[in-house]
Design a protein around this ligand. Sequence first.
Ligand code: SF4
Length: 296
Amino acid sequence: MENIEIAKICGLCAGCQRAINTAEEELSHGKKVTIFKEIVHNKNVNNSLISKGAVFASELEELKGAETVIIRAHGEPPETYDFLNKNNISFKDCTCPKVEKIHEEVKRFAEDGYFIIILGKFHKALHPEVLGTLGYANGRAILVENEDDLERVETLKNEKVYLVCQTTFNLKKADELIEIIEMILSKNNCHLVVNKSICDAQKFINLSSAELASQVDTMIVVGGKNSSNSLELYKNMSTICPSIFIEDINDYKQAFAEIGITLSKDLKIGITAGASTNKAELEELKQLIKKDLEEI
Ligand code: SF4
């Protein structure tokens, strides 16, 4: 094993890569591409698309007059599609097929009278994927992020309930919450159907990164600070070895200093990234560390 290793499985997932490829392909055909909201929670990936000519829009109104709109992998609620169709705006829907499946299931169960519980994250605002999924629930849904939200589950009585997970939700946390929810709903005479819709991409990135973390002195997680899957990965790595979480690869030495790690030729370093970071960035970081080590 080299002293600086990149996790075997990490970086952009198939869903995000597909959205980026679609945007790049449209740009290569000379189209004016408008990406609706950040394509991934990673400013380097977004900036790279801007440098190729893409523009980003954050509000529906800004899409009026756009030539081609890209819907990112996180998916959108039905109102977004209604708006695009009503205004004759051409778009490429890059919603990840796994997220699309959740939307279809939530819609089907909601139409069948089920109340929807989404295990998902709320960090300053609803996670965009959760926001999209909520849109298919006929207005009868709650978000559960942790034990504090279970009071709302207690109010459900004699209901049919369908539970889904945000695709990047922590698997262990989901298991804990599902166990409690099952108990509450069974006591309240509810019929519960569980769809543990957590994406395997996250699982494999976590497993591969954990394997590496157990063999090194420190782990570097590269990702956008607003990326929930990167933050989750960082938290997991921190339970195995001292870890840092950086958005800009040039910040790694500063972040090491903050946790008391000094760069040295003997230091075994693992590098990983969540599903929203381009793996090329990790290779760049590896080369940067190697260069810094030469100067020691
Ligand atoms: S993390 Fe999984 S579900 Fe989410 S966009 Fe990527 S492949 Fe799709």
